[in-house]
Design a protein around this ligand. Structure first.
Ligand code: 13P
Ligand code: SF4
Length: 306
């Protein structure tokens, strides 16, 4: 029996589901029960009532979010080292420091943070709903972390004052995209549409025809009448884009735009995760309680908007 057959068999035996982030390797996306962005995957985990085990093929903060929202399910991260460096850039202590400086200002945290940091925020957001969440807040000034590029994007879109915490938080993968490369590709493919993730720099966003999260890019590409797209986000998304749009062409805006943390997950590790039920992601209940509230507030706002 090959690896894929073994994974399928174990999933059935153990009542497990495999969730894969849009940046996972193609062979993982192809056998996953669901492929999506960070928050879509956590919602999927909640709606799968029969599942007892969730194998979350992604990075630490996403598996933590799933564990917090699904306290009665076992959440497994196939690679213990799959940690998002941006999430590590904002600690609970740093947030406490900013809260002391701005006691009346709400704290909004991107889901790309550790649960220990989320426990100190008022509400969470994702790149797909950050603008909506900030607009819904009854405040003109907001502390926002950890991505200063996303903070800047939200400020441009909402006109509110967004104070980034820390001042320099960033995603090393999205920082690899440079306007010179995008300009060159646009010259080579004048009929192409440039899609840019909001974690990219302001210079990249200014060149973009569309700025959005991974799932928003999927929707945009599906609904657009264009046939060619230059894509500025992690290369894993191109597999999904090509699969969903066989007649369209997708060009990565920088060849080496790979998130090494996302790519730590392999079919072998998924098989081992299922077989040995490792690595179990759990969050202490006091931290989980606060963090769950901040996540639920986010869901309330986006559900209200429909
Ligand atoms: P999404 O919220 O689009 O899934 O992105 C998460 C991420 O890690 C972006 O780099
Ligand atoms: Fe973190 Fe960037 Fe990798 Fe996303 S792409 S998981 S933000 S390092």
């Amino acid at each position: 029996m090959d690896l894929v057959d073994n994974i399928v068999k174990l999933k059935k035996e153990k009542k497990a589901i495999l969730l894969a982030h849009n940046y996972q390797r193609p062979e993982i996306q192809d056998i996953a029960d669901y492929v999506g962005d960070s928050i879509e995957l956590s919602r999927k985990a909640m709606s799968e009532k029969e599942a007892e085990i969730i194998v979350f093929s992604a990075v630490d903060f996403m598996a933590e979010t799933a564990a917090i929202l699904n306290p009665h399910k076992k959440v497994l991260l196939p690679s213990l080292g799959a940690r998002c460096p941006m999430a590590q850039m904002l600690t609970a202590d740093e947030i406490k420091k900013w809260k002391t400086l701005y006691p009346l200002v709400p704290v909004v945290l991107y889901v790309n943070t550790l649960a220990s940091a989320k426990a100190y925020c008022d509400i969470c957001c994702t790149s797909a709903n950050a603008v909506e969440i900030i607009e819904a807040l009854d405040a003109e000034t907001v502390l926002f972390g950890p991505d200063h590029n996303l903070a800047e994007y939200v400020q441009e879109k909402t006109g509110k004052t967004i104070l980034p915490i820390p001042e320099w938080g960033f995603c090393p993968t999205h920082l690899l995209f440079q306007p010179e490369d995008a300009d060159m590709l646009k010259m080579q493919h004048p009929d192409a549409v440039l899609m840019v993730h909001p974690e990219c720099t302001a210079e990249m966003r200014r060149l973009a025809d569309f700025v959005g999260s991974t799932s928003q890019m999927c929707r945009f590409a599906r609904e657009s009448s264009s046939e060619k797209f230059i894509v500025a986000t992690e290369e894993g998304l191109l597999h999904r884009l090509r699969k969903e749009n066989p007649g369209k062409q997708f060009i990565l805006a920088y060849e080496e735009a790979v998130c090494p943390n996302m790519k730590l997950n392999t079919l072998e590790r998924i098989y081992l995760a299922l077989k040995e039920e490792k690595y179990v992601i759990s969050v202490p209940e006091d931290v989980a309680r606060h963090t769950r509230k901040a996540l639920e507030k986010m869901f309330e706002v986006i559900n209200r908007k429909g």
